[in-house]
Design a protein around this ligand. Structure first.
Ligand code: AMP
Ligand code: MG
Length: 408
């Protein structure tokens, strides 16, 4: 039996980021950028107004004999249009936010600091002296031509998509999404739409893992259920080898009908099959043909927790991410955890920010078949191996799965 850390190290050692591909910009969300993005233009591309107001010469804004200067309005420029008409001394032009600053003008005053007779007014009074460059957003102020705006290896989020859009990247070079096959196993498993017969249960893992895989940023393909026979597993796993990764659930323990390991050994190779943890000791990793196979336990909670601990980092590595594992933080344990587990125990917990501390409340019955223990769990509280007992008020580590609760 190997430790959680060793299992993860062994998994990641076998996984490389996938190849690169061009995707349309709108599909790049969550993917890793595979090229440096260089600004091919200045952004903004031209000097433009930051305000609705008037473009003028700054020296014309000086009060005359203590009175606001009155300037002649010679035209207007809306956003999206250019003018070659220059602003001359003693004159001003209306200008809208985002419109190019007309030649001759060196400053813009916002409409609130002017007075006139309305939109058609032929004159405007300037109520405040303005310095050159006032309210002008110079070309290249945000990004200058030739600058590396985004570096390869970063995750593309909404802000990066905005930058790519402004720089004209209709398509982006990214690391492609892994295609993940999900195979459930067990003679007792029926699909969600089916009537339950005696002895049968519905395939919760297939759907849970599909959702978890998609949330991790990969493409999920449910291949249904393999029966508890070597022949059925062979057939289904044969179908799975066109994918980048195979995730199975169940059939990986020491039961009479747990054939996943056997078929993996026969058709590929096995790296390990037991981890010193709870829930989820029976986790197998290896290959089927050349394709990595992560065999998760059948119990739904074990399957979910081991996916978070091993499946997620594996997929993230394929996606080219630098950060692979969720963050761990120090938390205060809200209640006694007196059960002595010799294996490392990952307890489903809700972590909340209370009186300046992160406090972890367990989510109740921690049986690996109690799916409801996953509800409300935004963290896994880590009880170290070796029969450690935690008392209320003790500090422990928790791996955050989701946002902590905050006091409102
Ligand atoms: P196994 O590891 O195959 O012995 O499965 C362990 C437990 O998980 C058994 O109680 C199975 O019935 C249950 N189980 C296995 N696969 C699934 C599944 N796809 N959905 C829900 N429960 C499952
Ligand atoms: Mg089974």
């Amino acid at each position: 039996m190997i430790s959680v850390e060793e299992a993860l190290t062994r998994i990641l050692a076998e996984i490389q980021p996938l190849n690169q591909t061009q995707v349309p910009l709108a599909e790049a969300l969550g993917l890793v950028l595979a090229e440096d993005v260089i600004a091919k233009e200045n952004i903004p591309p031209f000097d433009n107004s930051a305000m609705d107001g008037f473009a003028l010469l700054s020296k014309d804004s000086r009060p005359r004999n203590g009175n606001p200067p009155r300037l002649r309005v010679t035209g207007g420029i809306a956003a999206g249009y250019v003018t070659d008409q220059a602003v001359e001394e003693g004159c001003a032009m209306r200008i809208m936010t985002g419109a190019p600053v007309p030649p001759g003008a060196d400053t813009v005053i916002q409409v609130e600091l002017t007075r006139n007779e309305g939109p058609e007014s032929e004159w405007v009074e300037i109520l405040q002296e303005v310095a050159p460059g006032n309210n002008i957003r110079p070309a290249g102020e945000d990004m200058h031509k030739g600058q590396t705006a985004l570096q390869r290896g970063i995750e593309i989020g909404p802000w990066e998509i905005g930058i790519l859009a402004t720089l004209g990247y209709a398509n982006v070079l990214v690391i492609r999404r892994p295609r993940v096959a999900i195979l459930s196993t067990g003679d007792e498993i029926v699909d969600v739409g089916e009537q339950l017969q005696p002895g049968k249960i519905r395939n919760s893992n297939g759907y849970l893992l599909e959702a978890a895989v998609r949330r991790a940023g990969a493409e999920a393909h449910r291949l249904g259920v393999a029966r508890d026979s070597v022949a059925s597993l062979r057939e289904k796993l044969n179908e799975a080898i066109t994918y980048d990764l195979v995730l199975t659930s169940g059939g990986v323990s020491v039961g009479d009908f747990d054939y996943v390991k056997d078929v993996m050994q026969e058709q590929g190779q096995m790296n390990f099959w037991r981890i010193n943890m709870r829930p989820g000791k029976p986790v197998a990793f290896g290959r089927i043909g050349a394709v990595p196979l992560l065999g998760l336990p059948g119990n739904p909670v074990s399957s979910a927790v081991t996916f978070e601990l091993f499946g997620l980092p594996l997929i993230r590595k394929m996606l080219g991410h630098q950060r692979l594992v969720k963050p761990q933080i120090d938390v205060v344990v809200a209640e006694d955890i007196r059960e002595r587990a010799m294996r490392r125990h990952y307890i489903r917990a809700n972590v909340a920010w209370q009186n300046g501390l992160f406090v972890a409340h367990t989510t109740g019955n921690q049986g690996s078949h109690i799916m409801t223990s996953l509800l409300n769990a935004n963290a896994l509280l880590i009880v170290p191996e070796g029969g450690v007992i935690l008392n209320a008020g003790d500090t422990a580590k928790a791996m955050m799965l989701d946002w902590p609760e905050v006091e409102s």
